[in-house]
Ligand binder design. Sequence first.
Ligand code: 5GP
Ligand code: MG
Length: 185
Amino acid sequence: MSSSVTGVIQDLERILLTPAQISTRVTEMAARLNVELAGKVVTVVALMDGGLFFVADLLRGLEIPVRLFTLSASSYQGGTDTSGEVKVNWPANIELRDQDVLLLDDILDTGLTLDIISKRILAEQPASLRTCVLLSKRRQRLRDVPLDDAGFEIDDEFVVGYGMDYQGRFRNLPCIGILNPNKPS
Ligand code: 5GP
Ligand code: MG
């Protein structure tokens, strides 16, 4: 890991997934999509900002034609508890009718975010919808979201890094980790 991020990594209680583990798994996920979507043009609907690196890495592994739309959705008000309310920024130019859609997000937690967005996508009458997340938390969901693939199942702990933040920080960590409860100062 580069020395430029070691200061930030000291804010972690522990590393959950190393850059190598993430990379291997994301490559596998892309390989599976290449088989399942062979011969199609895939319309990716990607949730930002948390999905930033997952989406960038997964898309570079795809060998099929891709169109990309990014959405922002927020359910957290800067803390580590869900507010239960999801705000979605739906792009005006999005065109999903009869398209093979791939919905991507960083984490499936309560399911509220992906439930709202997948219902909205289905209302546009796509030809198909696949949903993949990098992380799926082992916890009771508030909404049942059908997942086609999840990179890793993790315990119900708040994670940061590889795009995911705590109060706007830690997105640039190349690993995924659990914050040190005594940090950041
Ligand atoms: P859900 O609507 O499923 O409860 O939450 C999904 C969103 O909450 C994710 O897209 C992610 O942005 C955020 N989220 C859920 N768990 C975590 C976590 O452990 N760490 C961070 N940084 N964000 C999380
Ligand atoms: Mg998110």
